[in-house]
Design a protein around this ligand. Structure first.
Ligand code: GUN
Length: 292
């Protein structure tokens, strides 16, 4: 193995420790404990698991969490009214609407209803708009892309002037990751389903953020020697040696890539733990903005 492993578990744990210490200080100074409201619409098992992990992290760090669940057939009005109520509630500093929403709901309209100073996911159109503009800063940066950049910075990877390639253009990861990299002076190419010669584009990358959701798509011979590889993918791969019959792998073939890259994140234990750590950091920031 030539690559240095970027250990997301250790880095996320350090972020969580810093957040917990800051919250303990706030509370000791008589300030209200930060509060995060979660909104889960419907009964997707994966979404319910994510929301539970977020609530567990809140409990561990000293953040109050307020869980709200609506049925899968909830109306646009019901969801918006709940989000408006939470936006007006002074105990709630951050609001997280778990995505995806059921397909009959207008996601953009729901996200627009979140008070901007409580938008700890950074998906409000104003926050995304600010992220896309030069010289403007969003109040909050979306948690997974924020985690990716944080990992690169902690590992000491130079972003300024680097050729960065982002695989995937989702609203949650790919697009905001590309905008963040541009803001840090990288030269960025975003690859998607219509891109010609993805391997050829990836071979130019000093930094690769893979968020395309395709099992081990990126092969070792696509990687520029010494590149930094951030693998956001979480895919299950059949594995009869495991009791569950599968194991989790990323969008990058780790065994091949680690022999060529300069830095690489494992799956699991890379980007995964960072998403919740950055959500906790954003929630602390929201509380600091609202209760200065
Ligand atoms: N679904 C997948 N990732 C995320 C995330 O970071 N935030 C929300 N709200 N929903 C998601």
């Amino acid at each position: 193995m030539t690559a240095q492993l970027i250990d997301g578990k250790v880095i996320a744990e350090n972020v969580r420790k810093e957040v917990a210490e800051e919250i303990a200080k706030m509370v000791a100074a008589g300030k209200p404990r930060p509060g995060l409201a979660t909104v889960l619409v419907g009964d997707r098992v994966d979404s319910a698991t994510y929301v539970r992990s977020k609530q567990k992290a809140c409990a561990e760090l000293g953040i109050e969490s307020y869980g709200h669940q609506l049925p899968a057939d909830a109306s646009q009005k019901e969801v918006e009214e709940l989000v408006k109520k939470l936006s007006d509630d002074p105990k709630v500093n951050g609001i997280l609407v778990q995505l995806p929403l059921p397909s009959h709901l207008d996601e953009e309209k729901v996200l627009q209803t979140i008070a901007i100073e409580k938008d700890v996911d950074g998906f409000h159109p104003i926050n995304i708009g600010r992220l896309a503009q030069k010289g403007r800063d969003p109040l909050f940066v979306p948690c997974t892309p924020y985690g990716c950049i944080y990992l690169l910075e902690q590992a000491g990877v130079k972003i300024d002037g680097a050729n960065a390639v982002v695989l995937g253009r989702s609203n949650i990861v790919g697009m905001p990751a590309a905008l963040l990299l541009i803001g840090k002076n990288a030269t960025v190419t975003v690859c998607h389903s219509h891109t010609r010669d993805i391997p050829g584009v990836v071979r130019q990358a000093d930094i690769l953020i893979a968020a395309i959701g395709k099992t081990e798509m990126v092969r070792g011979d696509w990687i520029k020697p010494g590149a930094a590889i951030i693998d956001v993918g979480i895919n299950s791969k059949p594995d009869p040696t495991k009791s569950k019959g599968y194991r989790l792998v990323g969008d990058v073939n780790f065994e091949e890539a680690k022999e060529v890259a300069g830095w690489i994140t494992p799956v699991p234990g890379g980007v995964g733990p960072m998403t919740i750590a950055m959500l906790m950091k954003n929630t602390l920031r929201a509380a600091q903005i609202q209760n200065p």
